[in-house]
Design a protein around this ligand. Structure first.
Ligand code: GDG
Length: 474
């Protein structure tokens, strides 16, 4: 089926009038890191930089953000043609603004409050302070004709502050995580301030239609905005909130997956596991939103139900360390590791380990070999803005085989509905789907995968960037 008709995304718009001004990207982190051995800054690989590379090559780019080191803000410098403008964040603000308000309050709240939302006034004040500092730094360097594009939940007040400081600047905002329903969002004591901050933008991009509707609801309820998402009226201005699902550089993943080295790595991986008939794979930051624990329990249920599969199926879970200072992350790590031990203890044999657990980040080429080796990719977050892992897996399946099991609560499910869609809270259903997935015929795998691959290659990250920028250019 033609993906455009289903989601009503507009076809790729061609920007006919080139914009003279620069693109000023504002994000919590700069897209560079210091390489102590080489003694210089290097671009750190990441989705957003890849997405913006072609655009930033065409027009002059400026990136405003934090270096990642507390109290560190050198003078602006240039890396690969992008001017980097550091904003300082103090050590105590890392605890209050970043670990506290961003990751202890907003993160769980915006993921449907699946973990207790901690609300502290002494976290809110630094959040305002840091957002004000980012806005002031942007206002220092912005020139007439520049477009400013603010990213994510750490900087929701920046558009509003910028509207006061540089009222005529065209401002965009993109939220990478979900926006919750107004009744959940409304718990926040500062619900009005945050929504007013966001309404400082001219255009707001969200991952899903649901997020757009939720935001428009909150904007009317708590910000006094009027009208529909496509044209919200607020303080005499008209604001657009739209669905622009982020994606990956599909060509890049396809090419890396076809590289000789990747193919032989994937082969060796399978061989070292004793050539099981089915390899299931999970790849996530170790975050409680990702549903790793319930996924393992579903696999455990499958092993209980189907003793004949013992020795024949393996589950590899790559869990990338994340936010290790935040207590809930220590709790989920303990829970996942206990489950891995329980399953391996209960079912493992000298010739077979059911679950391989890797608590680390893999180099990207190795990760792609894992995707290539995996027969079933299990992406079952409890709530996720988009989930790029699902799209990466699809892009690497160059022979058209492979099965994607995808949570209905991932933003990606709005686009990838040819996947096996599951409710990650329903262990019986998940176990049944895993059972079906490990024995799916190659023909059926190919039919589903072909549709998924069409969607991922058409709506790739270049589509995303051009959509967002066409709206931002106005
Ligand atoms: C947020 C939102 C939204 C993972 N393990 C390794 C590794 N990764 C890479 C993946 C992927 C990225 O990390 C993870 O992206 P996700 O989209 O899956 O999830 P979040 O980190 O939670 O991202 C999310 C995203 O922002 C973009 O808007 O989709 O919903 O939560 O690219 O490949 N990379 C390497 N080694 C690993 O072990 N090299």
């Amino acid at each position: 089926m033609e993906p455009t008709s289903r989601f009503g995304y507009p076809a790729r718009r061609v920007v006919s009038d080139p914009v003279d001004g620069r693109l000023v990207v504002v994000a919590n982190r700069l897209p560079v890191r210091w390489d102590p051995r080489a003694g210089r800054w290097e671009t750190s690989p990441g989705g957003l930089v890849t997405a913006l590379e072609p655009v930033l090559a065409e027009r002059k780019g400026v990136w405003v953000g934090w270096t990642g080191t507390p109290d560190h803000a050198p003078e602006p410098f240039e890396v690969d043609g992008i001017t980097q403008v550091p904003v300082p964040i103090a050590e105590d603000e890392v605890e209050t603004y970043y670990e506290g308000f961003c990751n202890g309050t907003v993160w769980p709240l915006y993921h449907d409050a699946i973990r207790p939302v901690e609300i502290h006034r002494h976290w809110w004040r630094p959040y305002v302070e840091v957002n004000r500092r980012f806005a002031a730094r942007v206002a220092d360097i912005v020139r007439p004709g520049d477009r400013v594009w603010v990213h994510d939940y750490q900087l929701q007040l920046v558009p509003g502050f910028l509207r006061e400081l540089v009222p005529d600047t065209r401002i965009g905002f993109f939220l990478h995580i979900p926006f919750p329903p107004p009744e959940i969002y409304g718990r926040l004591p500062w619900r009005t301030q945050l929504v007013e901050g966001l309404l400082g933008a001219d255009v707001l991009g969200f991952q899903t239609r649901r997020a757009v509707l939720n935001f428009a609801g909150a904007a009317r309820m708590f910000g006094g905005a009027r009208g529909r998402a496509q044209s919200l009226e607020y303080r005499g201005r008209s604001i657009v909130a739209e669905t622009v699902p982020i994606s990956i550089d599909a060509d890049h993943y396809r090419a890396l997956s076809l590289a000789h080295e990747t193919v032989s790595r994937a082969y060796n991986l399978r061989r070292s596991l004793g050539k099981p008939s089915s390899i299931l794979l999970g790849v996530d930051r170790l975050d409680y939103t990702k549903g790793i624990d319930l996924r393992l329990r579903a696999f455990e249920t499958l092993l209980q139900r189907r003793p004949d599969l013992h020795g024949d199926v393996v589950f590899i879970q790559v869990a990338v360390p994340s936010r290790e200072q935040v207590e809930e992350y220590q709790v989920i790590r303990g829970r996942v590791e206990q489950l891995v031990g329980r399953i391996n203890g209960e079912f493992g044999r000298p010739d077979w380990i059911p679950v391989y657990y890797l608590y680390r980040s893999l180099p990207q080429d190795e990760l792609i070999a894992y995707y290539r080796a995996a027969d079933v990719m299990v992406v079952t977050p409890l709530r996720d803005g988009m989930n790029l892992v699902a799209k990466e897996y699809v892009a690497t399946r160059t022979d058209g085989t492979g099965v994607l099991v995808l949570s209905e609560f991932a933003g990606a499910a709005e686009q990838l509905d040819e996947a096996f869609i599951v409710n990650p809270y329903d262990l019986d259903q998940m176990a049944a789907v895993l059972e079906q997935a490990v024995s799916l015929s190659p023909d059926e795998q190919r039919t589903r995968m072909a549709a998924l691959r069409r969607s991922v290659s058409r709506f790739d990250v270049h589509w995303w960037a051009s959509e967002c920028l066409a709206s931002l250019d106005g």
